[in-house]
Structure formats: C-alpha cells, structure tokens
Design a protein around this ligand. Structure first.
Ligand code: ASP
Length: 331
C-alpha cells in the first residue's frame, strides 16, 4: 500500500527554533525540545466502508480535501500537531457528512452516543470520552481530558456533565442537532456502514498526534462503547508514530490494534507499513474475518494506509513533499 518517504529529506535541513518565528505557536515551551524540521504530514480518514455501493461521494471527498489542505498550510506555518488534529476532526464532526459529531448514527434506542480519543506521542498523554449524548465536539472534550484532568477517559452522562463543566460545548436539543449522515443503515447491507473520522499529524517540531471520533455503529446497543475511545485500540501515538483506526470495533479492542502495530514496528524494527499490513490484513482480515482500516504517520513523515475486507476508505493526505491527495482505494 502507499508509503511516501522521501529519503532526501532525512538529512540535515534543520533550523534551530531559537531563530524560528513560529516557535511560540507550539504546545508550550517545555514541550518544544527539538530543532524545527522541514518535515510535516497530515493524514485524515472518513471511515472504512465494507460495500462499494455505499462509498461516499464527492461531497465527502471535497470536505476531506479542504480539511487536509488547511491542515497542511497550518503545519507548514509551524502549527502544533495537537491543534491541527483537533481542528481537522472538529470540521469533520461539524459537517454532518460523516459518522461523528453532528452526523453520528443513532443507537438501537434512537439516540446518539459518541466516542472520541486523542493522544500525543511526545508527552505520552491521552484523553478520551465515551458514550457522550450531547457534546457538539467529542474530540474537543477528549482534549479537555488530556489537558485539564489527571485522568484518561470520561464516560456516560456524569462524565459528560464534568466535560461541560470544564468548558465542552453541549447542544440544546440532541434529537434535532444530531442527524445521522446519509450512509445506509446496518441492516441494509448486512454489515456495518461506517463513517468514523480520524486524523494523524507530524508537526515541524517532530511531534506526532492521533485522534479519532465516531458515533459508532448504527443500531448499536445503548451503552455500547467501541474501540475509538480506547487508547491503544483505535487511537495511539508515541515518538515513532501516530495511528487512527476504523472498523469492527470489538475486534480492534480485543487485539489492541493501534498499539500492536506501533509495538511490532518498534520491537521488530520493521517499517510501520509492514507492521500495519500484518495486523490489519493477517490478524483482523484473515484470522478474525473482520473489516477495518488504519491510517498512520511515522516519525519521518511517512504516510501509511492499510485495510482489510473493505471496499474503500475516504481519506486524504499531504506532507512537506506530497501535494494534497484524496481517494477511496487503499491499494
Ligand atoms: N470502530 C467504530 C466502532 O466500532 C466504527 C467505525 O470505525 O466506523 O464504533
């Protein structure tokens, strides 16, 4: 599958942040310990689709294109990966075109329950929310957890109250604000119709961040929490990579997919793409006969996509060396 890793950018084109006009835009002086580098990458997904008939159309791809183009500009100007990932996911949540935020599917009891997670690699900090019913932007709440609490995950109505108390925006009337996106209901295709969103980014400080947000499956049991808010299952970042996943959440939880990919790559010293292909194609695809996909960025800015048993995944990417590119196909 795709890897873009231009080796010539590996060497020496570093400028020190003391001379950089954008250094003050990073996440905080204490966290900015590296030289400013020329490399930066952004990769965004709009969920894995199991049936070609229901791949989303140009509207969604154009949305992803504009999100990626803006993110690329921000990263080039020295924005922090955390800001870029959150901003990208907020736009997808607000669009109503995908299964996250406004466009979230409803559960079997006909109300919305959303999950989201965020992790930054250089600090090892994570934040997540699960089963949120009225938050406008679950990914912003995940950031609140990461930045303003000593915890990693808040869940359910009490957790939601805490998030609102800490500044998360809630909608007045969830039943009218959340309108399931136009993808088909699960029963129509005998399997999940997905539209989870995610973003991973490498910024010019060498920091990697991953985020994922979803309304989960249409018709899921009330109270069900999927893989999206589980750090290590569908969202993971460290100093070597950032990963966001979409797919059959129960299998992604049980296999700790995102962290497994990261650790296989690190411990076996294999490229991120090879580790992702093994976990997704062999374990999730062949052994589990499940479906799903991941997006990942490595510390050299390489773009990684891998999927199993899916028709496609709307996605877009760009980097210091690759122009904005969008598509469905992973091979
Ligand atoms: N993984 C999500 C979940 O199980 C669904 C998706 O990726 O679309 O909730």
């Amino acid at each position: 599958m795709h890897v873009h890793n231009d080796e010539k950018f590996l060497s020496c084109r570093l400028r020190f942040r003391s001379s950089c006009p954008f250094a003050g835009r990073a996440q905080g002086e204490a966290q900015v310990s590296r030289a400013l580098q020329d490399r930066y990458s952004i990769l965004v997904h709009g969920g894995a689709f199991t049936d070609r008939r229901y791949l989303l159309g140009n509207t969604q791809l154009e949305l992803i294109r504009s999100v990626v183009a803006h993110a690329r500009e921000e990263l080039a100007a020295g924005a922090a990966a955390l800001d870029v990932v959150v901003a990208a996911i907020v736009k997808l949540e607000d669009s109503g075109l995908l299964d996250a935020g406004k466009g979230s599917f409803r559960n079997a009891a006909n109300f919305t329950e959303m999950d989201a997670a965020l992790m930054e690699g250089h600090t090892g900090k994570g934040g997540a929310v699960a089963a949120m019913q009225r938050l406008k932007n679950p990914i912003r709440a995940a950031r609140i957890v990461l930045e303003k609490t000593p915890h990693v995950m808040f869940a359910g109505p009490v957790g939601e109250d805490i998030m609102v108390g800490l500044g998360a925006e809630s909608v007045d009337d969830p039943a009218t604000y959340f309108v399931p996106c136009a993808a088909p209901k699960r029963a129509d295709i005998g399997g999940p119709a997905l539209g989870t969103v995610g973003a991973v980014a490498l910024d010019r400080y060498g920091h990697l961040v991953a985020g994922t947000s979803t309304g989960g499956y249409p018709g899921k049991m009330p109270g069900r929490v999927g893989d999206t808010p589980i750090i290590g299952a569908s969202t993971f970042a460290n100093e070597r990579c950032a990963i966001s996943a979409t797919g059959l959440g129960e299998r992604f939880i049980l296999r700790s997919v995102a962290r497994d990919i990261a650790m296989r790559s690190e411990y076996s010293n294999v490229p991120l793409q090879a580790a992702a292909d093994y976990v997704i194609e062999e374990l999730i695809g062949k052994i589990d006969r499940a479906d799903g996909a991941i997006i990942a960025i490595g510390r050299e800015g390489e773009i990684v996509l891998s999927g199993a048993n899916i028709a496609g995944m709307p996605h877009g990417y760009a980097s210091w060396s690759v122009d904005v590119t969008v598509g469905f196909a992973l091979a």
